[in-house]
Design a protein around this ligand. Sequence first.
Ligand code: HEM
Length: 474
Amino acid sequence: MNVPSGVLALRAKQQEGPLARVRLWDGSTPWLVTRYAEQRALLADPRVSADISRPGYPSSAPVNGSSTVSFILMDDPEHARLRRMVTAPFAIKRVEALRPAVQKIVDELIDDMLAGPKPVDLVEAFALPVPSLVICELLGVPYSDHDFFQDNSKTIIKRDASPEQRMAALGHLAGYLDNLLDEKLASPGDDMLSRLTERIKTGELSRREAAQMGVLLLIAGHETTANMIALGTLALLENPDQLALLRDTDDEKLVVSAVEELLRYLHITHNGRRRVALEDIEIAGQLIRAGEGLIMANDIGNRDPDAFPDPDRLDIRRDARHHVAFGFGVHQCLGQPLARLELQIVYSTLYRRIPTLRLATDLEQIPFKHDGSVYGVYELPVTWWLFPRTADRQRPRQPRGSHESDHRPGQVRRFRTVRGRRRGRVRSARRGRHRRAAQPRPAGGAGRRRPARGGGLPGAGHPHRGVTSGPIQS
Ligand code: HEM
């Protein structure tokens, strides 16, 4: 597969040195940090700030100061105080206990796909529902409201949304979460929002903080993983040797390493980690002055040959665990154990259950997400033919943690099934409509508008949203 020209230009810059000045949409010229080692050093440095409201912060689009989405754009100690309150459900052991339930969701969605008409849009039928169903269950958000929260999430992460549109979408989601907090206060359940209401009662957390945290977790919990599922599938279909390795393996370690390699190779959060220097910092012989912006281009960092030999090759057998697809430092992704679990289950189930899965259109016809801060595809039309490969007929396999083989009542968090959810959909959809009526959708919101088709795979082809001119000399 060809490496896109944008990547080649940035890789050339990377070879010249670890830092380069770039010009942003507003004329500012922050530093683009291109190399893996310097990116990690700066992301772990307490002298850099993630606070979007500080002067010099290199935002990718016009910002309204009050549009902060919770602790992801805050510094310690406030960041640590809030993050600590939602850390426990994402601990590896707690997440691992969800494996059978997530496997069940994945299996049922595949059953539905197989029973339905072809071709099918994998994004709509599978990639979006898997993480949305999981995060809804964890948070205690009704899945029947998914159109509402998915549309508003899209507006928030859309680069060309106006500050007003972004603020409106944030307001709708915050209002929606606030209503849910009311419901949880009145009648708590076994979910994260209910646990946040306990902290509201003790005065540890304000209503506004709890609602903003809910917005962050809801957006981060579905949008990123959904893009990894669809884009990862496309990358594998374009690399059939790697797909065959993954599909035919019984080795769980290979599945784990495939997930890490796809995270490295695709690096969907292609806007870079944005920060501003609080003090003068010297790094790699260069002085970064206090108040200067920094964009850690983690996608190019994940292709730094010093960290990953032959970086443009997708090789699911390589050890890619040290990638920076989840960032690095205090803001490193909170949900990474959950994302990993979901991707391991999806990648080890989908291609095995549908071994003849293939694109139902040309690669050039796929609409890529050039306009958002998370890269991916808007649609992925796929089809398959029905007869199984001989090998599959002879060697049926229960994926690890499958609900048919490993279900351990009592130990497993009881997620309602996808079908159960659909049966309950009319009633809760009505409830959702009431909420939406109270917080009308933003005019000109993201909706289902599709951008121009065609683009690049892997995601690093469109690395730095908001960098309007290429790298310039410092
Ligand atoms: C493949 C899927 C995912 C990718 C690639 C991803 C990527 C990232 C990255 C790069 C960051 C760091 C942002 C920064 O340093 O500025 C981050 C932070 C975060 N992610 Fe994820 N993420 C994924 C899935 C999830 C999931 C499933 C959740 C669950 C709710 C989640 C919740 C968060 C939160 C809360 C933060 C903020 C952490 C902090 O500021 O302390 N993410 N993610």
